[in-house]
Design a protein around this ligand. Structure first.
Ligand code: PRX
Length: 651
C-alpha cells in the first residue's frame, strides 16, 4: 500500500454532515444502533432476517465453526419468493414497476412485480422441463436485459445455482467458469449492444462449448424476441428462449430451500492464476443485501434505484437484483455504454426515468469528470436524492466533483466498501446518521465488526494496516467452490478466526476508515479485480513469450492500468506489432478489461536468488520511483537496465 496516498488522504479535512432535511426524512437515524448491534449481533441480524418471508423458522441463528459459518440454521426460505412473489401478492405493490429497462438503442420496457412473477415462473418451468433441478448449476452469459434477472430469479426459484459470467469475458474465461462449476445449462443471447455495435455472445459461447461436456442444453435469448441469423443453433442442444417459453405454465411453486443451500457462485480473481468460485448461500446472503439496501440507500417506496453495475459482477447481484427486489423497489437497468450515442446518456436517463438513487463506480465518475459538465448541464437531475460509489477507493477530487455536479451539493454520498466475498456492503456511511468525508468509507455497517490489524494481528490505533473483520456476518462467503483449502488459506490463515479481505486501510481520529487499495497481487482495473498471475498466464500462453510479470500503475480513468514486462523466447524479435499482438492475446484469453496499457520487452526479469520475480521493483519502475532494496536480487543489473529502458520507453 502507498503511504504517499495515505498522507494525502489524511490532509482531507472537509466534512459533510447529513442535512437536517435529509436526516428528518431518513429511514434510520438512531446512532445508538452501532453499539446495540455489536453488543448482540445475533439478535440484531435475526431481527433483519425476520423481515423476510420464511417457509419454516430457523432453529439456531449462527453456528460458527471457524472459518465455516452457518446462519439461520434449519430455516427454509426461497430468494425468488422474497424478491418477487411477496410483492406480487401485495395489493399495493403488484402493479408497481419492478424493472425499468432501457436498451442502448433507446427502447424501454417495464415489468411490474405481477408481470415479473409470471415471467420468472414461466422461465422456471422451462428450466424444469429441461431437467434442471435443485442444486444443478446454470451458467449465464447474457447482455444486461431483464431476462438476465429473470434467469437468475428462475434459477433461485427452483433451487438451482446460478453462475453469471460477465458478457465482456472471453470464450476461454467462460469455459473455465463453466467447467469449474460443472454447469448443466448455459443461458446466453444472440447479441447485446455496446457502443452501437452488436456483441455476439452466442458466437463466443460456441467457442467455449467444445470444451464443456457438462452442458446439456443451451438457451439462447433472441435480443429482438425472435430467432436471428447471427446464431448457429446445434440441433438437440440449442434452443431459442422464445420457443421454449411458449405454452409453458406461468405458475411454478418456489422450492423451499435450506437457509444454507447455495444460491449462486460468482468467480473473482485472486492472487493465483485461477479465478475463485465464491459461494453464497440463501438465507444469510438475502438478509445482508436486504438490510444494507434499506439503510445504506435510505430506500423509500417511491424511489427509482439505479445501480449501473452489470449483473456479471457482484454489485449487479446484490444491488441490482437481490437487495432492491427483496425490498420491493423499482430498479432501472441499462444495457449499454454511458457515452452512447452522447456523453449525456446517463443524465438523460436520470431525467427521463426520474432516478432518485444513483450508485456507480469511481472509474465512471472519473470519466464523467474528464468529459466535462456541458453534458450534465443540459439535463435536469433534480430527482436525485442520494449517490453511491463502489469498487475502488474514490479520490477526494472525484468525490467533490460528484457531490457538486451530480448531487448539486444536495445529495449525501455513500462510499461503500465491500467485496464479492462479503456479499453485501460492509463499510459505509448510513446517510441519515454519519458525517461523510471525501475519500472515506467511514464506518462498519451496524452488526459488522471491522478493525485494522498489523501482520501479527495486533490492533492498529494509528497509521495504516490491514482491514480485518473479526466476527462472522450473514452474507459472508461460505467457501470457494471445489477448493475449501484455498478458502481457508486465502482468507483465514493470516489471523486466527478473523477474515482477511486483502485491503490496506487507515483509521482517522474519529475511527473512520480510509481505504488504500489491495495489499496483495490483485489489481483493481476500472473497479474490477484482476490477479497479476491471471494476466501473466495469458501472456505466457502466447507462443513467443518465455516469461512475464505484470504490475499496475495509476490510470486517469481506470484507477489502475496494467503494465506488462515480457521476456521473449530465444530468437524472437521484439516489435510494436508484437506488442499489439500480445495485447490482443490477453483480450482473447481473458477479456477486454485485462488489456495491458503498456508492454515492455526485457531480456530478463528481476528475481531473488530463489527465482521469485520481484514485482515490487517492477512497480517502482512503472511508477518512475527510485528503486527500493535490490540487495536480495540474483542479478541487480537486470533491474537497473530495465529502469533505464522503461524511462526511455524503448523495447
Ligand atoms: O479493494 C477493494 C475494492 O474492490 C475489492 C473488491 O472487488 P470485487 O470483489 O470485485 O467487488 C467490487 C464491488 C464490491 C475490495 O477488496 N473496493 C470495493 N469497494 C471499495 C473498494 N476500495 C475502496 N473503497 C471502496 N468503496
Amino acid at each position: 500500500m502507498s503511504t504517499d496516498s495515505l498522507d494525502d488522504l489524511l490532509k482531507e479535512e472537509r466534512i459533510f454532515p447529513p442535512s437536517s432535511d435529509f436526516q428528518q426524512k431518513a429511514n434510520f437515524k438512531d446512532a445508538s444502533i452501532y453499539e446495540k448491534a455489536l453488543s448482540d449481533p445475533e439478535s440484531y441480524w435475526s431481527d433483519w432476517a425476520k423481515k423476510l418471508d420464511w417457509f419454516e423458522p430457523w432453529k439456531e441463528v449462527l453456528k460458527w465453526n471457524p472459518p465455516h459459518a452457518e446462519w439461520f440454521v434449519g430455516g427454509k426460505i426461497n430468494a425468488c419468493y422474497n424478491c418477487v412473489d411477496r410483492h406480487a401478492a401485495n395489493p399495493d405493490r403488484k402493479n408497481k414497476k419492478a424493472i425499468i429497462f432501457e436498451g442502448e438503442q433507446g427502447e424501454v420496457r417495464t415489468l411490474t412485480y405481477e408481470e415479473l412473477l409470471k415471467e420468472v415462473s414461466r422461465f422456471a418451468n422451462v428450466l424444469k422441463n429441461l431437467g434442471v433441478g435443485k442444486g444443478d448449476r446454470i451458467a449465464i452469459y447474457m447482455p444486461m436485459v431483464p431476462e438476465v434477472m429473470i434467469a437468475c430469479l428462475a434459477s433461485a426459484r427452483i433451487g438451482a445455482v446460478h453462475n453469471v459470467v460477465f458478457g465482456g469475458f472471453s470464450a476461454e474465461s467462460l469455459a473455465d467458469r463453466i467447467q469449474d462449476s460443472s454447469a448443466k445449462v448455459l443461458i446466453t443471447g444472440d447479441y447485446g449492444w455496446r457502443r452501437g455495435k452488436k456483441i455476439l455472445l452466442k458466437k463466443a459461447a460456441d467457442e467455449s462449448l467444445d470444451t464443456c461436456p457438462t452442458i446439456e442444453n443451451v438457451i439462447v435469448l433472441g435480443r429482438e424476441g425472435k430467432s436471428s441469423e447471427d446464431c448457429q443453433m446445434k440441433e438437440g442442444r440449442d434452443h431459442w428462449w422464445h420457443d421454449l417459453i411458449q405454452d409453458v405454465n406461468d405458475v411454478c411453486a418456489p422450492e423451499p430451500m435450506d437457509a444454507e443451500d447455495m444460491l449462486f457462485v460468482l468467480y473473482t480473481s485472486g492472487t493465483t492464476g485461477k479465478p475463485k468460485g465464491i459461494v453464497h448461500t440463501t438465507g444469510g446472503y438475502l438478509t445482508g443485501v436486504y438490510a444494507t439496501t434499506q439503510w445504506v440507500f435510505d430506500l423509500k417506496e417511491d424511489d427509482i434505484f439505479w445501480c449501473t453495475a452489470d449483473i456479471g459482477w457482484v454489485t449487479g447481484h446484490s444491488y441490482v437484483t437481490y437487495g432492491p427486489l427483496a425490498n420491493g423497489a423499482t430498479v432501472l437497468i441499462y444495457e449499454g455504454s454511458p457515452d452512447w450515442p452522447e456523453k449525456s446518456r446517463f443524465w438523460e436517463m436520470v431525467e427521463k426515468h426520474k432516478v432518485s438513487i444513483f450508485y456507480t463506480a469511481p472509474t465512471a465518475i472519473r470519466a464523467f469528470m474528464k468529459w466535462g459538465t456541458e453534458w450534465i448541464d443540459k439535463t435536469d437531475l433534480s430527482s436525485l436524492r442520494l449517490l453511491g460509489s463502489v469498487g475502488e477507493p474514490i479520490n477526494p477530487e472525484a468525490w467533490m466533483w460528484y457531490h457538486k455536479n451530480i448531487g448539486k451539493e444536495n445529495c449525501p454520498i455513500v462510499d461503500t466498501w465491500w467485496q464479492t466475498e462479503t456479499g453485501a456492503i460492509m463499510i459505509t456511511p448510513l446517510p441519515g446518521v454519519v458525517t461523510t468525508k471525501p475519500g472515506s468509507a467511514t464506518k462498519a455497517f451496524p452488526g459488522i465488526s471491522a478493525t485494522v490489524l498489523n501482520e501479527q494481528g495486533e490492533e492498529i490505533t494509528s497509521g495504516g494496516g490491514y482491514v480485518a473483520i473479526n466476527k462472522p456476518w450473514p452474507s459472508m462467503l461460505r467457501t470457494i467452490l471445489n477448493d475449501d483449502e484455498r478458502f481457508k488459506e486465502q482468507y483465514w490463515s493470516k489471523w486466527d478466526g478473523i477474515y482477511f479481505p486483502g485491503d490496506g486501510v487507515k483509521r482517522d481520529e474519529d475511527g473512520d476508515f480510509w481505504f488504500l487499495g489491495r495489499v496483495d497481487d490483485v489489481m483493481n482495473i476500472s473497479g474490477h479485480r484482476l490477479g497479476t498471475a491471471e494476466v501473466e498466464s495469458a501472456l505466457v500462453d502466447h507462443q513467443k513469450v518465455a516469461e512475464s510479470a505484470v504490475v499496475s500503475k495509476p490510470h486517469e480513468i481506470k484507477g489502475e492500468g496494467i503494465v506488462a514486462f515480457v521476456t521473449l523466447k530465444e530468437g524472437q524479435e521484439a516489435s510494436d506489432a508484437l506488442k499489439d499482438e500480445l495485447k490482443q492475446h490477453v483480450v482473447k484469453k481473458i477479456g477486454a478489461i485485462a488489456r495491458p496499457e503498456e508492454i515492455l520487452f526485457s531480456v530478463d526479469l528481476p528475481k531473488t536468488r530463489s527465482g521469485k520475480i520481484m514485482r515490487r521493483l517492477l512497480k517502482d519502475i512503472a511508477l518512475g520511483k527510485a528503486l527500493g532494496d535490490t540487495t536480495t536480487l540474483a542479478d541487480p543489473n537486470v533491474v537497473a537496465e530495465l529502469k533505464e529502458k522503461y524511462e526511455g520507453k524503448e523495447g
